[in-house]
Design a protein around this ligand. Structure first.
Ligand SMILES: Nc1ncnc2c1ncn2[C@@H]1O[C@H](COP(=O)(O)OP(=O)(O)OP(=O)(O)O)[C@@H](O)[C@H]1O
Length: 501
C-alpha cells in the first residue's frame, strides 16, 4: 500500500515554546493510525497543522503524493481532511442539525424545503453510521458532553472525509459510545479512509490501530505496527523511560469514620434515594453508564443544581447552596469538574492565577498578597504534577489539553478541603502522569482525605478505588468491594436489572 499522508521535519514554535521540533509522520489509506505521546508532546499542534488551523514554521506535508499546505480549515476540508478536536467547537444556541450543516445548509429559497432537506440529510447520516439516538432538532446546549462529542463526530463525517482525525474523541464518551466509535473508525478504514487516532488509552489503541507513531517533546521517536510491539515499549518511547506500573498498590487506609454521609439524597428525577457513606481514608469509586446520575451526584455535592435529602460532612449536617459554600474551610468539598473548558479554568489567566484563584486568601494578610509564599506553592504544584508550562505566567489556554487538566487538579489540591470529588480526573492525561495521579490519590487517602472518584475508564475504578458504587437509572444499583470489584461486575450492575431472588 502507498502512503496517503506524509510529513517530514515539521517544526513549530510559539514564542519561546517549541511545540514541534521534528515531526515525521507517514500513513496509508485504509488504516487506523494512532498518534501517541505525553501531554504537551505536540500531537494537537501537529493535527492542527494538518487541519489548516495552524501554519508550520518549516517542514513538508504531502497528501496523495502532492505537496499539501492548507492556508485555512476550509482548504483542509476541501482536500478531504476532517478533524474532531479535543475541545468542542459547536454553537450552543443552534440545534443538532444546524450545527452539523453549519454554513453548508441545503440551498433553497423556501425555508420549509431547506429544513426538510437538512432533516433528511441528518437522518441519513445518522443511519449510515449507526449513530446513538439523538434528536436532530434538539438545541445543542441541552445535550450532555458525550452527546456533543458525538455531534462533533457527525459534523466531521458529514463531509465524507478521506482523512478523519480523532483527537481524544472517546475521552468524553461512555463505554457504549466508545465501542460504537471504535467500530465506526474501523469501518471507515476498511472502506478506504485513513483514520488518525489520538488517545491516552492504550487499550483502545491496541484494539483499533494498525500502526502507531510516537511523539516525544515535539519529535517523532518511533513508528511501528501495533501487533509487533508491546505496551511497555510504547510507554517507554512515550515517556523516555520505563514505567514500573500504572496502578499503585491498593492498601486499605479507611478509618471507618464517615467523612461524607448522604441520606435520601437526590436531584429532581435524575437521582433518587441515594444513601452512601464516604469514609475518611478511602477512595470510593462511582460508576455508571452515561446519563445515569453520576454527573448530577457530583454537581449537586458541589452546590450546582438543587438537591434534596440530607448531607452530613464530618458528622455535621451541611447545606450546600453553591460552590463557594461547598469549598469553605476544612470541612469543605473540592471538585475536579467534567467540563474543563467551561467550568474548570480561566483560559486567559496564567497558570499561577488559575492555581491560586480560589485560595488567594491563604497568602493574603490585611489585603496584601505575599508573592513569595504564593510563588513557592505554585512552583511546588507545577513540579508535583509535572505541569508543562514555559513559566507560571503562561496563559492556561495555551497549555496542551492534558496540562490544563493538571492545573485543575492542582487548583483543587491547594484548597484545604479534605473531601475530594474527582469527576474523571485523568481525562486526557498521559499514561505517565496518570500513574502519578493514582499514587497521589492513594497517598492523600492514607493522609485521611476522603475521595469520591468517577471514571469513564472502568479499569481505573477497579485498581484505584476501595469500593465502587454503581448507579443505574439514578439509583444506587450495587456497591462492589473486594473480589466483587471487577470490570465485568461493574458493567453488569450498570446495565442489567438485578432482581431480588
Ligand atoms: N497557542 C500556543 N501558545 C503557546 N504555546 C502553545 C500554544 N499551543 C500549544 N502550545 C504548546 O505547545 C506544546 C505542545 O502542545 P500540544 O497541544 O500540541 O500537545 P499534545 O501532545 O496535544 O498534548 P495533550 O496530550 O496534553 O493534548 C505545549 O507545550 C503547549 O503548551
Amino acid at each position: 500500500m502507498t502512503e496517503l499522508l506524509t510529513a517530514a521535519a515539521i517544526h513549530k514554535r510559539y514564542g519561546g515554546i517549541t511545540a514541534l521540533s521534528r515531526a515525521d509522520f507517514s500513513a496509508r489509506a485504509g488504516e487506523v493510525h494512532a498518534l501517541l505521546g505525553e501531554n504537551g508532546a505536540g500531537k494537537s499542534t501537529f493535527i492542527q497543522i494538518l487541519a489548516g488551523a495552524v501554519r508550520p514554521d518549516g517542514g513538508a506535508v504531502t497528501l496523495g503524493g502532492i505537496p499539501y499546505r492548507p492556508r485555512n480549515p476550509q482548504e483542509a476540508q476541501q482536500s478531504g481532511i476532517s478533524p474532531v478536536f479535543q475541545e468542542l467547537s459547536l454553537v450552543p444556541d443552534l440545534t443538532v442539525e444546524e450545527n452539523i450543516w453549519f454554513r453548508r445548509e441545503p440551498l433553497s429559497a423556501v425555508r420549509t424545503v431547506r429544513a426538510r432537506a437538512m432533516r433528511e440529510a441528518t437522518l441519513a447520516l445518522f443511519a449510515r453510521h449507526h449513530f446513538p439516538a439523538i434528536r436532530p432538532d434538539q438545541e445543542l446546549r441541552r445535550l450532555t458532553l458525550a452527546e456533543r462529542q458525538v455531534i462533533e463526530i457527525a459534523k466531521a463525517l458529514s463531509r465524507d472525509p478521506k482523512v478523519l482525525i480523532l483527537d481524544e474523541a472517546t475521552s468524553a464518551l461512555g463505554p457504549q459510545e466508545t465501542e460504537w466509535l471504535l467500530g465506526l473508525a474501523r469501518g471507515l478504514a476498511d472502506a478506504g479512509s485513513l483514520v488518525i487516532y489520538i488517545s491516552h488509552r492504550l487499550g483502545e489503541v491496541r484494539q483499533i490501530a494498525d500502526r502507531i507513531t510516537v511523539f516525544r517533546n515535539g519529535a517523532t521517536v518511533a513508528a511501528y505496527e501495533t501487533k509487533s510491539v508491546d505496551d511497555e515499549t510504547i510507554i517507554a518511547d512515550m515517556l523516555g523511560r520505563r514505567m514500573d506500573r500504572l496502578y499503585p498498590e491498593l492498601k486499605a487506609t479507611s478509618t471507618g469514620k464517615v467523612a461524607l454521609g448522604l441520606r435520601d439524597f437526590g436531584v429532581d428525577h435524575r437521582l433518587s434515594d441515594i444513601d452512601l457513606d464516604l469514609r475518611e481514608g478511602e477512595v470510593l469509586g462511582v460508576a455508571g453508564m452515561q446519563g445515569h446520575g453520576q454527573r448530577e451526584l457530583f454537581q449537586a455535592l458541589f452546590g450546582i443544581g438543587s438537591a434534596r435529602g440530607r448531607v452530613e460532612v464530618w458528622g455535621k449536617p451541611k447545606t450546600i447552596r453553591g460552590p463557594r459554600q461547598a469549598l469553605t474551610g476544612r470541612d469543605g468539598l473540592a471538585l475536579v469538574p467534567e467540563d474543563r473548558r467551561n467550568h474548570g479554568l480561566l483560559l486567559s489567566k496564567s497558570v499561577r492565577e488559575n492555581l491560586t484563584l480560589s485560595v488567594i486568601q491563604r497568602f493574603t494578610r490585611f489585603g496584601i498578597t505575599d508573592p513569595k509564599r504564593e510563588g513557592a506553592l505554585v512552583d511546588e504544584m507545577i513540579a508535583t504534577l509535572k505541569i508543562k508550562a514555559g513559566t507560571p505566567e503562561q496563559p492556561a489556554g495555551t497549555l496542551s489539553g492534558g496540562n490544563q487538566q493538571k492545573v485543575i487538579f492542582g487548583k483543587m489540591l491547594l484548597t484545604e478541603a479534605r473531601i475530594l470529588l474527582l469527576y474523571d480526573p485523568t481525562r486526557g492525561i498521559d499514561v505517565g502522569t496518570k500513574g502519578e495521579i493514582f499514587q497521589l490519590m492513594r497517598d492523600l487517602a492514607a493522609k485521611g482525605y476522603a475521595i469520591l472518584f468517577y471514571s469513564s475508564d472502568l479499569a481505573e475504578l477497579v485498581h484505584v478505588a476501595d469500593r465502587v458504587a454503581v448507579l443505574r437509572n439514578g439509583r444506587l444499583a450495587a456497591m462492589l468491594e473486594g473480589e466483587a470489584n471487577t470490570e465485568h461486575q461493574i458493567l453488569r450492575a450498570a446495565m442489567i436489572e438485578t432482581r431480588a431472588a
